[in-house]
Design a protein. Structure first.
Length: 289
């Protein structure tokens, strides 16, 4: 079983109700569960706390691309992991080429904090250990995790001019979940989705945005998918469940998102999931044990 938790369903536009883009992928259950964080948007650790998962519990953080809204709180994950573990516990951060440089700069910006804490806590004798794995296409190998129960692979997506960007597929005990990130329909995402059980896809309402008299919003039309495009990707892959997130414009509190669901359902016969932060979807998988 794989559980998908939409930690943050928001976007760059601050919302009182929706944290920034982040999704928790939990493979298995109980003490054997492995938690993978896909993107680390605004408020991610608050939302993780709400489901009882802390930064020390993460098997890895996987970044789809380096747009700020998807990584705003990566520094918080790094620092909190560091101060809440009592022996060196490296955090693995997987991401596209450029991730190492971003992490290096984050650690540099945390320099004063790291120095304060190491000077103040006698038992904190090392800076935050972070291992970056830059990926482009194919299997994702996590350091020290060679015989893990979860297989992960990635493929390039198309979020141009944001380059590079990647999506991830998680396979565990007969269940498979794809996390697309921000992308327009593309071959790389189709390849990941082929035969998957669920697809988590960020979306924007192009039919609304295109009517806004704001060039800066219009600029976002050409590198995101609409609910219809995400649904078409899910249909091509034979995916059973489409989970929409990253709602632009934000869905209002109390609105179940039925109009969004309807736009997707015109192109996709499976289940369409839309929800508030902490919405959880369980994927048993066709070959579940
Ligand atoms: Zn983006
Ligand atoms: Zn985004």
């Amino acid at each position: 079983m794989i559980a998908i938790t939409l930690l943050g369903t928001g976007s760059p536009i601050p919302s009182p109700d929706r944290a920034g883009p982040s999704t928790l992928i939990t493979a298995g259950s109980g003490t054997d569960a492995e938690h993978y964080l896909v993107d680390a948007g605004r408020g991610v650790l608050m939302r993780m706390a709400a489901v009882g998962v802390g930064a020390p519990n993460l098997a890895a953080v996987l970044i789809t691309h380096l747009h700020s809204d998807h990584i705003t709180d990566l520094n918080d994950v790094i620092t909190t992991r560091w101060v809440m573990t009592f022996e060196p516990t490296p955090l693995t951060v997987v991401g596209p080429v450029g991730t190492q440089a971003v992490v290096d700069h984050l650690l540099a910006s945390l320099g004063p904090d790291i120095a304060y804490r190491m000077a103040h806590h006698d038992d904190l004798d090392h800076p935050p250990p972070v291992t970056v794995v830059e990926v482009a296409d194919g299997p994702v190998e996590l350091p020290g995790h060679a015989d893990g129960a979860v297989r992960i692979r990635c493929a390039p997506t198309d979020h141009r001019p944001v380059e590079p960007s990647v999506g991830y597929r998680f396979d565990h005990a007969g269940a498979s979940v794809v996390a697309a990130g921000d992308t327009v329909p593309c071959d790389g995402l189709d390849e990941l989705c082929d035969g998957a059980d669920a697809l988590v896809h960020t979306v924007i309402r192009k039919d609304i945005i295109e009517n806004l008299p704001l060039q800066r919003m219009q600029d976002t039309l050409d590198y995101h998918s609409s609910p219809a495009e995400a649904a078409q990707t899910a249909a091509r892959g034979g995916v059973a469940t489409l989970v929409l997130t990253h709602y632009v414009p934000p869905i209002s509190p109390g609105d179940a998102g039925d109009d969004w669901r309807g736009l997707a359902a015109e192109h996709f016969d499976g289940t369409v999931e839309i929800g508030d932060d902490l919405h959880r979807v369980e994927v048993a998988g066709s070959g579940a044990l």
